[in-house]
Write a protein that binds this ligand. Sequence first.
Ligand code: GYE
Length: 324
Amino acid sequence: MFKKSLIAVAAASMLTLTACGGTGSAAGNAGTDKITMGFAQVGAESGWRTANTKSVQESAKKAGIDLKFSDAQQKQENQIKAIRSYIQQKVDVIAFSPVVESGWDTVLKEAKTAKIPVILTDRAVDSTDKTLYKTFLGSDFVEEGKKAGTWLVDESKSATDTVNIVEIQGTTGSAPANDRKEGFEEAIKANPKLKIIASQSGDFTRSGGKQVMEAFLKNNPDIDVVFAHNDDEGLGAIEAIEAAGKVPGKDIKIVTIDAVKDGMTALSNGKINYIVECSPMLGDQLMDLAKKVIAGESVPERVVTEETTFTQEQAKQVLASRPY
Ligand code: GYE
């Protein structure tokens, strides 16, 4: 998939160069006004990611932006390769959703030296040099973790015994995994009865969530709650819980983050108890920011997505109208 898109990218850039040869401009679409964006996506690991990719592709089309897209299959080295290829092709702007937070300074410096602006979308990097990118568009993941924890604090108000929580983390080292964990832990401090008894990464996938939950169930006979960092992991956990002869949503409560269609369906069926929304619909805002950056206009350092939460009743009401 990645190789194919690189080939497509290379072929497209050759066409561009042939069509516009001799105009003397260094821009990716020399001789035309069309903006070229190189977008290095994380992968296709979850329902959220699929919706995000669709949003970026549709918004680029709508905005008249020529999008070069690559899928890194959740590997940082693939994302770095894709970014280097975009630099070589002299795209006008690079946008990417960094799979993990660390290890980006070198390639970001290369983009800066080539005078190609970079926009972070969805996930953050931990670079201390803020001049390496123009803006960061995406959710407040700490806040999402807090919302999940606050729901649990409320839900367990009358608990007399310890509430045993297992946590299925997202991709190790990724901003959403780090931040959601932090926010959740912070919120559940409000009730000392709430205890995380096991925590492991399910890599934001359904199969990962299932595997991790199977192991949790084997080692811990008394699990009360699952906190999964995304819906897909929660859906995998449901499969494991059912296979173990327990009832998800009742014997073991489940709280997740994202609110994609499959998650919302499980919520309205009573298998998940609460979902914190994380919006993947970043495309329009991203294209808008890209146009501003290229026009030399100032953009905010941070653009935070607006999000809500869903109970089972609320999920039933909105399910039919959810676009993803
Ligand atoms: O929650 C998860 C996806 O970075 C916000 O990545 C995103 C996360 C999302 O795989 O489902």
